[in-house]
Design a binder for this molecule. Sequence first.
Ligand code: PEP
Ligand code: MN
Length: 341
Amino acid sequence: MLVMMKAHATSEEIREVCRKIEEMGYRAHPIPGAMRTAIGITGNRGPVEATSLEALPGVVECVPVSKPYKLVARELREDSTIVDLGDGVRIGGPEIAVIAGPCAIESHEQAFTIAAAVRAAGARLFRGGAYKPRTSPYSFQGLGEEGLRILAEVRAEFGLKIVTEAVDHETLALVEEYGDVIQIGARNMQNFSLLKRAGKSSRPVLLKRGISATLDEFLMAAEYILSEGNYNVILCERGVRTFVDHTRNTLDLSVIPAVQRLSHLPIIADPSHGTGRREKVLPLSRAAIAVGADGLIVEVHHKPEEALSDGNQSILPAELRELMGEISQIAAVLGRRVELP
Ligand code: PEP
Ligand code: MN
């Protein structure tokens, strides 16, 4: 159920409606929009008794939500969400956000070399895992907290915002402390207790689509985070598993307009995991921007042949510069911008 407030409803009236909702034993989620505030109700098992809410001052009407997800739905919020990371870095607005960096943080020298190239190419966000969910327990698992310390130094040195993955509750608390955006990986998309914990964080969350997740499952995973009070969620299409063997995964670009029709949350694409092949990252990046993605997350390495993880899909610094130039031209066609150096 959604409570639609009048355009000029006062903050006192909005507070009063929220108080009434809580008194009924539910949770109220006021979401301000450009025109008016909508208040989402969660925690109800059956239908909500609307008449007493509709009688309150400032309320236009109560509308039932037709989808299983409520807070992520466009029905709740017509305007697209813009996740604001400060210092002019936003995801979801007219500016295309580019998150670039290695798959994993391997050393201080590796991270600093790549971060310098990322900054020089114009990207404002740096990626790099300190905790790596690997298919094999014998593969490089990440530097752990040492990796997070290196990431914090990268932020201090280059002014880049840090996006890094949390794999469980313990690492989430650390990522929260050192990073700017908490990445939840494809394998954890339905780790509901981790999603709930991320929902209690004050940091934005980058939620990657699971390798076999349907659109509804993807949006419901995001709903878990919002339902705990964290509305700063960025969705990420990173490829799904299909029968094809010319790429590692199939980057499902059609999910981008599908998400945008149903949800107000920003969505970016990951052409690195989405293809698994360096030479396919540029073409799929162009395609993702053309289809309307709010940004990209790409793996970059200065010596991909020596990378401890995902070297095959990491582009070179020069290719990142090329990518930025190309997507900025495509973005312009759509009335969007890419910040170039
Ligand atoms: C990654 O970003 O390096 C990663 C492991 O991503 P995913 O969860 O999409 O596989
Ligand atoms: Mn990777």
